[in-house]
Design a protein around this ligand. Structure first.
Ligand code: HEC
Length: 447
């Protein structure tokens, strides 16, 4: 008898560990407040309206869920100069002064002054809130539900994290020939980290996610080593890709500069090296031209040119027969040249690779996966045991000169989500079919 009781108590404890904290018991009012806060379909946010600043037109509130500005856990997050406040019940009922330029101070909130803030844009001290905080036409009851939810909001844990495990998704296309090697590399890296105690006491794993299914729902954050970050993610999912996404996002970080910026670096190189002001497209190349080869498609036209410039991805996509046609004055931009990778990172990468037991064929793809993962681990470690997505995004923005990736040193900031913004321009010798081992580092204006 005693044994069965012990066993079921253990099972219950185990289930409690597995159950996401988001499932904690909530009252009906807290649950309704949560639906408004996150703007769930069918919540009163669907039909409410907001007014912004002095604008007299009302907008549908649907596109302004509280979570989009104040974050999943009410912790607030700073974005482009505005700082949505921390609005957990704890924070609201503490008197405090806002650090923002406004320097607002206020007494603790009550349910009534909270209603006034959300409806009329006045804080508990009667100060006007910034225009960035919309005014909502909620009913008393809806505001009571929100107020109730804000008391339990920080019990909501981000997905993919439990007491003893943390799952990062790796966006890997099953059809990509490098996928298997990249996943093995990531498993080996996670094993290395877990041998040393994991990330702040949690076992790390990288779960493969197909690009089409990448939602961030079941994982804490994502790395995307095969392409830009997937589109359509929730705006709070931290994602690290190799190249930047075409649409910048507050939670998306990239290791190296975009194709477009590499082309800008190539043009700058042409100006600085030969004083060439007009760099043409390779498709219509004529004798004496300096041209950019934008895709392998125009490679045969490019042979007429005097000089051909191209990014590494165009270069690698070119069949050897086409490369042989390139004029002697040909140059390739390389965003992560080995000469700029810290020796320690090279050694650590080589060690992890040997544990992964991969052949040579996917080494560059493995380096991409390793780099994105190493940066994610760095940010997780810095965020500490009390980890949250917002915290990791803030940590990433605090990274300066990180030398643990197979890239040039990476630096980020609130307005800088591309870690390395230059490219090395290296000469390609068509006769010997080889790239020179060094070149000129070009970093076009900071973005
Ligand atoms: C578009 C972004 C945005 C949305 C959406 C938004 N807020 Fe805010 N909120 C802000 C900003 C920015 C501030 C800080 C204003 C200031 O400091 O003057 C703020 C301040 C507040 C404050 C005042 C806190 C204090 O420190 O005095 C409360 C309360 C608040 N928001 C509640 C909510 C609730 C509840 C929702 C959803 C119904 C919501 N906000 C939706 C941006 C937003």
């Amino acid at each position: 008898m005693a044994r069965t009781i012990r066993a079921s108590a253990l099972a219950a404890a185990f289930l409690a560990l597995l159950a996401p904290a988001a499932c904690a018991e909530r009252s009906a009012s807290e649950e309704r407040g949560r639906a408004i806060y996150f703007g769930e379909k069918g919540s009163p946010l669907d039909t409410a309206e907001v007014q912004i600043g002095d604008l007299t037109t009302k907008l549908p509130a649907r596109t302004f869920p509280c979570a989009s500005c104040h974050g999943r856990t009410g912790a607030g997050q700073s974005e482009r100069g505005v700082n949505p406040s921390q609005i957990t019940r704890d924070a609201l009922t503490r008197p405090y002064s806002v650090k923002a330029s406004s320097g607002r101070t206020r007494p603790p909130y009550t349910a009534a002054s909270f209603r006034n803030a959300v409806r009329n844009g006045k804080d508990s001290g009667g100060n006007a809130l910034a225009d960035a905080m919309p005014r909502f036409n909620f009913t008393d009851k809806q505001l009571a539900d929100l107020w109730a939810f804000l008391d339990v909001i920080d019990d909501v844990a981000d997905p993919g994290v439990t007491e003893d495990a943390l799952i990062v998704g790796a966006v890997l296309d099953p059809a990509n020939p490098a996928t298997a090697a990249q996943q093995k590399m990531l498993n080996a890296l996670a094993a290395d980290i877990n041998r040393l105690g994991g990330v702040n006491g949690r076992a790390l794993s990288f779960a493969q996610v197909a690009p089409k299914a990448a939602s961030g729902d079941a994982v804490f954050g994502l790395i995307a080593p095969q392409g830009p970050a997937p589109a359509g993610l929730a705006p709070d999912v931290p994602v690290i890709s190799v190249l930047p996404p075409s649409l910048p996002s507050a939670a998306a970080f990239a290791l190296v500069t975009s194709e477009a910026d590499q082309v800008a670096a190539l043009k700058l190189f042409a100006v600085e090296t030969w004083g060439v002001v007009s760099v043409k497209d390779a498709c219509g190349a004529k004798k004496g031209d300096t041209v950019i080869l934008a895709s392998a498609a125009c490679a045969s036209a490019a042979k007429a040119a005097q000089r051909v410039l191209m990014t590494q991805s165009v270069f690698t996509s070119m069949p050897p027969a086409n490369r042989a046609l390139l004029p002697p004055d040909s140059y390739v931009s390389i965003a992560a040249p080995l000469s700029r990778v810290a020796p320690n990172a090279q050694a650590a990468f080589a060690k992890t690779r040997s544990r992964a037991g991969n052949g040579k064929s996917a080494i560059l793809a493995e380096a991409d996966a390793y780099s994105a993962a190493a940066l994610m681990v760095e940010a997780l470690m810095r965020t500490g045991r009390d980890v949250s997505r917002a915290g990791v995004i803030e940590s990433l923005e605090g990274v300066r000169n990180f030398e643990g990736a197979m890239t040039p040193p990476l630096s980020f900031g609130p307005n800088r989500h591309v870690g390395s913004r230059g490219a090395e321009i290296v000469r390609y010798d068509a006769k010997t079919a080889s790239l020179a081992s060094g070149g000129t580092w070009i970093e076009p204006g900071a973005r």
